[in-house]
Design a protein around this ligand. Structure first.
Ligand code: FMN
Length: 326
């Protein structure tokens, strides 16, 4: 399939694996790229820029296809060494960067000068337009359904995507709630040039996370996620568990007076405990509503092929058939 996104990134299928903390290691990114999609390493999962440089080299050993690096800009009092991470990306010869979390304007000149294409992930049309205006090459539009940070506007993709299509000139992908060929065709119908998936790629053979995490996603339904940190305006969609129940109880009890320090136990340092050790109840970890559509743990190659085959069948048979009967 050829879309503006496959052309922009030089990939075979319009399917991107979004950056994911403690999931986006070389094994998964390379598997997605080898399957013809775009795999993405997560910079901040690496403890320092030297480790990111090593991870980029490791990914290159596993695939000769294009892959990207996610740079998440966090609201942190002591920010990570962003200049160092950007240097590691540029010196590592990476050609695609996914930015998220905050305006990437400061880094665009450096990245573009190095020939890097930037796709910015955002949760509203106004932020997408801002990304376009500062020179981002593409946008990932993340609907309210998404795992991770859906922003504070709560607009689901059935509205957000056509709104983005009406306003944007740069190509965009649909992110949040994407799982299969139906998602891809719907996203294309609403004006996107591809899809970005997070949760679906966690439940794959190659995702380097504890088996219990994958099984929890398969067992979950669309009713099992919760929104946490809303009072802090840092909303995150996570899979419900004992740690999340504890966190929500604190939010109810402390109301608008809540501070980050009150919930540090349920949100700080949770990812390695969940993803590596399989301690699912450690606290809040991102998971999308799309868990309700995930029923197996396929290989990445099989998953991507299945999505493309189903999408083609829907277009060529179901939709074409409806037109033919008209
Ligand atoms: C476990 C997990 C960790 C994530 N970590 C990050 C992250 O560090 N940076 C980021 O930009 N997005 C992160 N995301 C969001 C994904 O990149 C993607 O935008 C989102 O999962 C799309 O929604 P979906 O889960 O419905 O596919 C994470 C998502 C999950 C499920």
């Amino acid at each position: 399939m050829k879309t503006q996104i496959t052309e922009l990134f030089g990939i075979e299928h319009p399917i991107i694996q979004g950056g994911m903390h403690y999931v986006g290691f070389a094994e998964l990114a390379a598997a997605v790229s080898n399957a013809g999609g775009l795999g993405i390493l997560t910079a901040l999962t690496q403890p320092d820029p030297q480790s990111l440089a090593r991870e980029i080299r490791r990914c290159r050993e596993l695939t000769d296809k294009p892959f990207g690096v996610n740079l998440t800009f966090l609201p942190a009092r002591n920010p990570p060494d962003y200049p160092g991470y950007v240097r590691a990306i540029i010196e590592g010869g990476v050609r695609i960067v996914e930015t998220a979390g905050n305006n990437p304007q400061k880094w665009l000149p450096m990245l573009h000068e190095a020939g890097i294409k930037v796709i910015h992930k955002c949760t509203s049309v106004r932020h997408a337009l801002k990304a376009e205006s500062i020179g981002c090459d593409a946008v990932s539009v993340d609907g309210f359904e998404c795992g991770g940070h859906p922003g504070e506007d709560d607009v689901p993709n059935f509205i957000l995507l056509p709104r983005a299509a009406d306003e944007l000139r740069v190509p965009f992908v649909a992110s949040g709630g994407m799982a299969d060929g139906r998602s891809l065709v719907a996203a294309l119908a609403m004006g996107a040039s591809g899809i970005n998936m997070g949760t679906r790629f966690v439940a794959t053979q190659e995702a380097p996370v504890h088996q219990k995490v994958k099984q929890a996603i398969v067992a979950a339904t669309e009713l099992d996620t919760r929104l946490v940190m809303r009072p802090l305006r840092n909303t995150e969609r996570v899979l419900n568990n004992a740690g999340v129940e504890r966190l929500l109880e604190k939010e109810r009890r402390l109301g608008p007076d809540i501070a980050f320090s009150d919930i540090a136990e349920e949100v700080g340092g949770v990812y390695p405990r969940v993803m590596k050790d399989g301690d699912l109840d450690a606290g809040a970890w991102s998971c999308g509503l799309v868990a309700g559509l995930i029923h197996d743990i396929p290989g990445v190659g099989e998953l991507v092929e299945r999505i493309m085959r189903q999408a083609e069948e829907i277009v060529a048979q179901r939709l074409q058939g409806m037109l033919a009967r008209a």
